[in-house]
Ligand binder design. Structure first.
Ligand code: MN
Length: 185
């Protein structure tokens, strides 16, 4: 599916003459893939977590918002793909329109894909298909390793969770060991 086709559902739900949201025709991938979290004061307040993949922003609505504690799992419901331009969007969607309410950027930054299989990075597109995402987020509020797990395949229900520090430390130590070996042969 091309990025254009992926946005059909997004476009279908919106009247661009009425909403200030971007139509998003330009789909040039970022130099470094990005993520954004938007606080969306719709009928029910939620946080939209969006991750760049393949020219669009894959999107999840997190009702309780992301937690920076590895002990707290958050439900994340996968929603329509959004255009990349949506990462910059802040504004008020008028009453009567889809998602009516105010959208504010809560956090944003770049991310690094951490998911490996047999020592090789699994492309993010494949991670989404497999329902297993591991990313390193370089945001202001969200920093470090985070996982998204599609735990109910028959529904759009995923889990959003900070990686345990132990795992993080382990990979850091590994990184240092590699660096040492590289330095000292
Ligand atoms: Mn939303």
């Amino acid at each position: 599916m091309t990025a254009k086709n992926k946005l059909n559902a997004y476009k279908k739900r919106r009247h661009f003459a009425k909403t200030p949201e971007p139509i998003g025709t330009k789909q040039t991938p970022s130099k470094r893939p990005i993520f954004v979290v938007q606080k969306h004061a719709a009928r029910q307040l939620h946080y939209d977590f969006r991750l760049e993949s393949d020219g669009v922003l894959k999107s999840w609505a997190i009702p309780k918002g992301p937690s920076t504690s590895p002990k707290e799992k958050r439900l994340a419901i996968m929603t329509d793909d959004h255009p990349l331009a949506y990462a910059h969007f802040e504004g008020t969607i008028p009453k009567g329109e889809y998602g009516a309410g105010t959208v504010k950027i809560w956090d944003k930054g770049t991310y690094r894909n951490l998911k490996k299989k047999n020592g090789k990075i699994v492309p993010i597109k494949q991670c989404i298909k497999n329902g297993e995402i591991e990313v390193w987020l370089n945001g202001k509020k969200l920093k470090g390793g985070y996982v998204l797990i599609h735990f109910k395949p028959e529904e759009q229900s995923w889990l959003f969770k900070k990686m345990a520090d132990e795992k993080k430390k382990k990979s850091e130590t590994k990184g240092k060991a590699y660096a040492r070996r590289a330095l000292h042969g």
